[in-house]
Design a protein around this ligand. Sequence first.
Ligand SMILES: CC(C)(COP(=O)(O)OP(=O)(O)OC[C@H]1O[C@@H](n2cnc3c(N)ncnc32)[C@H](O)[C@@H]1O)[C@@H](O)C(=O)NCCC(=O)NCCS
Ligand SMILES: Nc1ncnc2c1ncn2[C@@H]1O[C@H](COP(=O)(O)OP(=O)(O)OP(=O)(O)O)[C@@H](O)[C@H]1O
Length: 204
Amino acid sequence: MPYVVGLTGGIGSGKSAVADLFAQRGITVVDTDAIAHALTAPGGAAMPALRAEFGDTVANADGALDRAAMRAMVFADPAARKRLEAILHPLIRAESERQLLQRPAESAYAILMVPLLVESGDYRKRVNRIAVVDCAENTQIERVMSRNGLARSEIERILAAQATRAERLAAADDVIDNDGALAALPPQIERLHGRYLELSHYVS
Ligand SMILES: CC(C)(COP(=O)(O)OP(=O)(O)OC[C@H]1O[C@@H](n2cnc3c(N)ncnc32)[C@H](O)[C@@H]1O)[C@@H](O)C(=O)NCCC(=O)NCCS
Ligand SMILES: Nc1ncnc2c1ncn2[C@@H]1O[C@H](COP(=O)(O)OP(=O)(O)OP(=O)(O)O)[C@@H](O)[C@H]1O
């Protein structure tokens, strides 16, 4: 079993920026957001079940999930979000497990990147350690507004569906501070990488 570090953080906190720095150090990154996107791409394995549950209008002409429409629906309606998650989460979990087990031997440990890790008992049990990318809520909102062009109110609804900053910090073994410049990340990741190499050495 590989040593697995769970990487989490709220929307726009900087998980992808942090994951890239681990990947540059030869570490396998299993990205559950990327898996969710693949499952809902044209011909994606989740699309038949999503059409059956929500109707054919959830798909675009090319067969991919209409992400903007689904986002508007599920972050306004917790029951719809549960129906979406009931279809996607088991598929995401199975695929992430498959990718973890397939990791190349050169990767001494693996990063499992899960936005909803703190919220999920299953993922918490699966990981050996939890690293949280942390920044102020307002920083998250500003970054997502400039990246996706989403309205502040829409981002606030997504934040409301996630654990709070305090809940995430309470679950963290390691905290990566991403309130500053991007240049502040590599020294933090270098230090954690050294620590994870040591820790994985003792369990493998
Ligand atoms: C609602 C969907 C279609 C919106 O798509 P969109 O392209 O706008 O966002 P994307 O998938 O890139 O996710 C961006 C971020 O939104 C947040 N988010 C996504 N799903 C959820 C959720 N169910 N609950 C809370 N926050 C969520 C996360 O911070 C994530 O990093 C999409 O997020 C989705 O299918 N969500 C359900 C699957 C899921 O829970 N994914 C989280 C990874 S396990
Ligand atoms: N320290 C930083 N300074 C400035 N911009 C940053 C910083 N960290 C991340 N960003 C930018 O903020 C946005 C969100 O970062 P990133 O995509 O890494 O977050 P994420 O946690 O993976 O987001 P999501 O949950 O939405 O997938 C990106 O456009 C990224 O380039």
